[in-house]
Design a protein around this ligand. Sequence first.
Ligand SMILES: Cc1cc2nc3c(=O)[nH]c(=O)nc-3n(C[C@H](O)[C@H](O)[C@H](O)COP(=O)(O)OP(=O)(O)OC[C@H]3O[C@@H](n4cnc5c(N)ncnc54)[C@H](O)[C@@H]3O)c2cc1C
Length: 803
Amino acid sequence: MKSEARVVVIGGGVVGASVLYHLTKSGWTDVLLIERGELTCGSTWHAAGGMHTINGDPNVAKLQQYTINLYQELERITGQSCGMHVTGGIMLAGTRERLDWLKMAKARGRYLGMELELISVEEAAKLFPLMNKRHFVGALFDPIEGHVDPWGVTQAYVKAAQAAGAEVVRHTRVLDLKARRDGSWDVITPGGNVHAEHVVNAAGLWAREVGRMVGLELPILAMEHQYLITEDIPALKGRNEQLHCIDFEGEIYTRQERGGMLLGTYERAGVPWSPITTPWDFAQSLLPNDLERIAPSLEVGFEHFPALGQVGIRKVVNGPFTFAPDGNPLVGPVRGLRNFWVACGVMAGFSQGGGVGLALSQWMVAGDPGADVWAMDVARYGDWATLGYTNAKVRENYSRRFRIRFPNEELPAARPLRTTSVYESLKAAHAVFGDYCGLEHALWFAPTAAEAREDITFHRSNAHPHVAAECRAVGEAVGLLEISSYGKFEVTGPAATEWLTHIMANRVPQVGRIALTPMLNERGKLIGDFTLCRVGAERLFLICTWAAEVYYRRWFERHPPPAGVTVRPCAMEYVGLSLAGPRARAVLQGLTRTDLSSSAFPFLSFRAMDVGMIPALVGRISFTGELGYEIWVTTEYQRALYELLSEAGRAHGLKLFGGRALNAMRIEKSFGSWAREYRPLYGPYEAGLGRFVDLNKGDFVGRAAALEEKQSGGVLRLTTFSVDAGDADASGDEPIWHDGKVVGWVTSGAYGHRVQRSLALGYIPRALATETEGFEIEIIGERRKATRAAAASYDPDGGRMRA
Ligand SMILES: Cc1cc2nc3c(=O)[nH]c(=O)nc-3n(C[C@H](O)[C@H](O)[C@H](O)COP(=O)(O)OP(=O)(O)OC[C@H]3O[C@@H](n4cnc5c(N)ncnc54)[C@H](O)[C@@H]3O)c2cc1C
């Protein structure tokens, strides 16, 4: 084994092998993979090898497509068979809701270039004769599903990497990792130490243990997973390549394996394996079968596919594999550690492993993953994702693997975890809560405790009239919203503005003022949208997306502030309440000596002031598009502030409102939000944020690319549509059609209660951004007429928020 390498990849499962291959493909060939046993001896060797393109996040779906298309290339380069069987697959719907879901999956596949086809039960039965038709109402056919040989795929990656110069060492366990001052690592093994510039944790079932070597607790848990293979089935005699099939209602996947069928299930009573530590002596091992646990799923399976129940079981496999709380991989550089990368929590290694390797290698070599990988970025989790939280969420996610997640559905596991001091008061006001980064926040308010629950549906829910009333109150009088779930940073020091000028695209505001600003990467793409509030000459309060806090901190480490500047995350130190609506000024003015008239405290002002007895920071801004104030206090004052504002608001018709109403109102204003309209896929001019990019202030990160985008106009345009919707509004990821072709996709949608029409925001090609007519948005399988709006639907000139 060599003693120096540019990269050491820890783990020779399918993921580590893919990372190794992709590093060589990206031009780094001085790379070493260290495996403690044989290649594949973790979770890889006993996998069923199934692969599919569909994923809840379209960007992960794209990487899955990439993975599946890669196998042929690997076979060509290495001559090593990947054991590919591209049989095609059907997804069976047993209910109308599931059929709606399949229609939506097909629609989403359209703009990803997938050839998915909705078929009838009759057609499905012709393709998959083992099914009992009477349990199903329709199906979706995907021609590029299939399975591979896990060992063959891993070998192919490794052989291709070795041919390009990579080294692979087996039977050598990495015992420890020691950081050097220059950011490089000493990788300690019984066979000697390796000095590496970078380390990749691709240790699969042991990723937590390798993380702990560097003080990291990764939110990962392994679950036991069982599949069985039946004896030969007479009806399959002479047939091979029987389609892959997912039966959502049975929570079963199945495919032909030799003369029998392989049947796996994600049972509701899933069991974690080794919840705290993974034993090192587990290699090429399986777990004892527990058919009783999956008996309820098998019962349904044998009813839905009777031929499977009529033969014996040849083999049962029970093996563990890892999940992150949301089921997507954990990939990328880890905040707080230099040159330490992860590629773990990959629960579908044969659909995702290639895309994970590609993204990570580009990130390491070129400094950017080259794609929008937010959905699998390790930075989406913070310290709140403890082992206990992970355990609860992974078990929930496992049990729901084949269940529908409705757009308005909030999942119950690990709740309530974080609450603010107004939680009980909001609950007493019949709030229906959502969970955001583990924090309970009000979605909407029901008139009575009995009505404080929401029907989960693709259509408008029972919340609709109540959200309408909240929007009406904000538009006509005044609303009160808790805004604690916004991310916050405090930046202090003599060179604070100099640093912010360098990393943000807009100019830093004057003392007492607010500026909105995108943050761009070097490619000029959006990696954040911030509200910069200047409290003093050397003190700024930054408001942003909380879910991206770790992501931003990692970026700040890459572009560190100069000596003397402190950047402090303080999301839960400052909590907040927002007043919005034409009566907002009257409510707040009654509680403060500070003159709130528009001349003294105009739109985009920010100031420390007392509200009643409470010291607060107040910004004149509102995401609702109304006259509004965001009031920030340290936690111990929030309850008193809530009571004070509620009491003072009573005479002005104050009503509580929640996240649902806020979302509808920001869409009426065509205001984008992070991870929806603003993602690293888009440039600021494409996203309509060009007015917040100051190209004249001097150099800043992403300026050259932003200038180029401004001059060229970019490729896409964020656009607002009015939609002739039925009783379902767009919710995101629906295709946008123009003249019979899919031309774009929806990023957000809602019913705009103040303008009384259904609205959607989405990206279309710039060339179409001047067209008004000819658009359609496909909602639950129906193409609905959509009209492009040239400006925001509500108060387009912004007079109300400046009033
Ligand atoms: C029963 C079952 C069925 C499955 N079916 C499918 C399927 O149909 N399709 C699909 O896509 N996925 C399936 N999976 C999931 C799939 O197996 C995983 O996604 C995949 O194996 C993850 O690969 P990995 O490389 O991340 O982890 P692993 O395979 O666990 O690899 C990690 C490697 O790192 C090594 N290692 C760990 N620590 C060290 C150390 N300190 N030093 C050196 N080496 C170390 C380990 O020995 C191991 O070889 C299934 C899993 C199971 C259990």
